[in-house]
Design a protein around this ligand. Structure first.
Ligand code: ZN
Length: 291
């Protein structure tokens, strides 16, 4: 067993810890400094502990100290997730019919956190248009890929727990008040940030554009050329077409994160070097009539 680790320790085992946390999806966008047990790693450790059980099925102590039980849970994450219904913050009654209840309500980083099949997404967007009060005036759409996690880190796509993890990441690690609106995986379309509220996803576009994050790292052929990668992109294209058809976004108002001047400056290739804009936009536009 690797040794017991505490915050602010320099140790080669910290890299092992960070690698395991990352493989479990705990550093979704920003990567901590390798080998240093700093705040980001501490927070991810505490969150992981709060969501996992030990060998005997008892919840881990969420104290940020990585001992034998936590190492075990990190190496055996599949079957020991704390049942999300045990989460005291999860007090929303679920109902599959419209109107959709948000998973987390209120002013403190509200999220919808719900999965929609394509047809459900169409109905949802129409419903939001008619029933929710928009506190912003979106006029465009910006496409992203997640990069991390990539497709192999989400072998079955997303769950509601992943939506909560995104919220935790953006709120507590990034210090943001909101996140991207939509996430797609190879199965469906997820709404994170309520569509009626401005999100955060690209500095130059937050004020005016919906953000859509497609699961995958499309800088790599592993993801770009795979069947799952294609499905994730197709769900992203579908979501964009639905926003054009049913949420009043004009067809010329699609762009990529890498078109943002600040992203350009930073050398960002989002949504992936292998994704060609003209081809992507063409496919979205060809969908608009049919959605
Ligand atoms: Zn991006």
């Amino acid at each position: 067993m690797p040794k017991v680790l505490r915050q602010l320790e320099m140790d080669p085992d910290v890299e092992l810890l960070q690698g395991l946390l990352s493989a479990n999806g705990y550093f979704e966008v920003n990567v901590p400094q390798k080998g240093l047990f700093e705040a980001m790693t501490h927070q991810a450790t505490v969150l992981f502990q709060s969501q996992h059980l030990d060998q005997s099925g008892a919840p881990l102590d969420a104290d940020g100290i990585v001992g034998g039980k936590t190492w075990w849970a990190l190496e055996n994450p599949g079957n020991n997730l704390v049942d999300p219904s045990d989460d005291p913050s999860d007090d929303v009654q679920r109902d599959d019919s419209l109107p959709v209840e948000w998973l987390v309500k209120g002013d403190d980083f509200p999220i919808v956190g719900r999965r929609f099949e394509r047809e459900e997404f169409v109905e949802y967007v129409k419903w939001v248009q008619e029933n929710e009060d928009y506190s912003w005036n979106p006029t465009g759409i910006t496409m992203h890929h997640t990069g991390v996690p990539n497709l192999s880190q989400r072998p079955d796509g997303y769950t509601e727990q992943h939506m909560k993890n995104f919220r935790h990441h953006y709120r507590d690690t990034m210090g943001w008040g909101h996140g991207p609106h939509i996430f797609t995986d190879d199965h469906a379309i997820w709404v994170l940030n309520p569509l009626s509220i401005r999100g955060i996803h690209a500095v130059s576009y937050n004020r005016s554009r919906y953000g859509i994050e497609m699961l995958g790292n499309f800088n790599t052929n592993d993801d770009y050329s795979s069947k799952r990668g294609k499905l994730s992109r197709e769900n992203g294209m579908f979501a964009a077409a639905v926003l054009m058809k049913h949420a009043g976004i004009s067809t010329g108002k699609l762009n990529f994160h890498r078109h943002c001047p600040i992203a350009k400056e930073k050398g960002k290739k989002c949504p992936g070097t292998l994704v060609a804009f003209n081809e992507f936009e063409g496919e979205v536009l060809s969908l608009v009539e049919s959605v």
